[in-house]
Design a protein around this ligand. Sequence first.
Ligand SMILES: [Zn+2]
Ligand SMILES: [Zn+2]
Length: 379
Amino acid sequence: MIAVVLRKPGLLELADVPMPALVTDRDILIRVEACGICGSDLRYAIGENPWALHTLGRHVPNPPNIILGHEYSGVVVEVNSRAYEHLLGLRVGAQAFRVCGQCEFCRSGRENLCRSTIHMGHAQGWGHQEYYPGAYAEYCLAWGDLVYPLPDHVSCDEAALADVLCVGVHTVTRAVNPAGDAICIGGGPIGLSIAQVAKLRGAAHVLVSEPSPIAKDVLAQIPGLIAVDPGRESIADAILRATGSAGVTTIYNSTGTAETILETLPLLSESGTYVNVAVHDTPLTFNAMALGSERSFTSSSNAFYRDVAEAYEMIFTGKVKMAPMITHHFALEDFAQAFDLLFQIPKQSFKATLHPGRKREPLTHETPARARLVLAGVE
Ligand SMILES: [Zn+2]
Ligand SMILES: [Zn+2]
């Protein structure tokens, strides 16, 4: 089958690779209809391992020949057990990760931190395969007990973004008081997912600070959120204008830059939570007084299983809007154009999806060196 392979940092290549093997009873094969290109994929493409940074809290080198892609949906074409025969031919969204269920984290309900997580498209997993290839491919594995059949009114594109939304669902669980006023620093796909979930959790005012014009266009299509242009007014002024108070209960920062953290940490109210969603290996110096009055500073990793279920439910019932986020669609074979577009500064796109189906001549893509410069801005 055709897949996009990350040969080594900076080198993505279209290649003919073996079909994924169904090994366990739960394994099912999906013919990929849509796969989102995640900000973490851009980080993998230039040699980082964001999965390890977020889940293990340390750097882990990536193996060669990763097939990226963890935000996917498609049609079930093969199953390995009669228990999942009812899924054959159905359009499904796939939960891209599976945890061991036995470790201390899993047993204590913190399965999102399981060290033995198998995560499709993240070069993670130490089972029968060297790693679990993702969905930048014609076919991808999933688990029969972790897929969500799609109602007719939900597109495969929207379903692929459930993987983004579940991160937002989980991030909001990190807030001590999710119903308090909140601001999202960074209005990319993760930021707008968090913002929508925060709104659903009862926050009266949810602000989103985002400078890029294309993100502002997307934000305008999602009702209930308050746009802040950090180039035009200070975030402090925007909070005061929108809420009438000097701070907010929760700050969700999906950029993770030291600059934005230091700028906004003083805007956290008493007992509020600062959730740093994008962990970077960067020094951070601040006065410990900033965490007085029971303020807390934390991060968010992946999602619980129930967060994924809730994300699908929110999409199926129309409680959130994910479709406006997809600004560009590409054939799988046009991945190079997609990556070029996503690395551009200023941003020319919001979310791009890959769609397997068209066959072309193999081509090679060197990730632009300047990509390193945009790291701080991607999610
Ligand atoms: Zn993702
Ligand atoms: Zn575990």
